[in-house]
Design a protein around this ligand. Sequence first.
Ligand code: ZN
Length: 273
Amino acid sequence: MNDLSKLAIHTITTKPWNLETAIKKYAEMGIHHITIWRQFLENRDLKKIRKTINDKDMHIVSLCRGGFFTHPQREKREAAINDNERAIDQAAQLKAQLVVLVCGSHPDQSLNKSREQIKEGIERILPLAEDKNVRLGIEPLHPMYADSRSAINTLKQANDICQEIESKYLGIVIDVYHLWWDTQLEDEIRRCGAMENIFAFHISDWITPTTDLLNDRGLMGEGCIPIRQIKTWVEEAGFSGTHEVEIFSNRYWQTDQDKFLELIIKSYQDHCF
Ligand code: ZN
């Protein structure tokens, strides 16, 4: 049996469970790392959540997510800055050391324009992140989301931005679902590692045919992503953090979540070592 000491789960993966249930169930199965999606924090007392996390000996890997810096209207971009500052503040209160950035894109403007706005947005929020000791991780998204979710679609683009901005508080989240197809992936992972910028590692699988561009991800081993290979590259590049299971799946959300959690553990043990 492969051990679970580096296994982390995103709360969105078991979306039908509220935060307390997720924390309790993960802990019962011997999983002690969690990434919290911000919708699970709405109208909640963060101190109480922090206490529950402590009581269950849970470690928060990151808060998901900030970003969405892009918009043709300045007021909307300002609103995004405010929201990102709130995310950093929430992370600091929860003692989460990383906020994941889904950077944004807007179909009414060019990708280059969106990329400029992303860079500006990150530069605006970095001082607060440094002040609160919270790191920011750019997550490059698969190009199928380039219209409206992210104009950062390759690890190279993310590496380039990190190199331009150059802050030890800015790094990258490598998600196999978004990056597995890229012929430059191995080289860019090495480059990312050399800059000490691999902040997090997300796993799931790509099912064929995919029936929903957002909510039809598979369990590890169900699809065509060479997860083991990518994990090896990431670890050879110096990453020693957790392996975060992030599966959006209408199919699995409709099933018994206890059984789903057992399947996650089994697929992790069978396909990630
Ligand atoms: Zn991800």
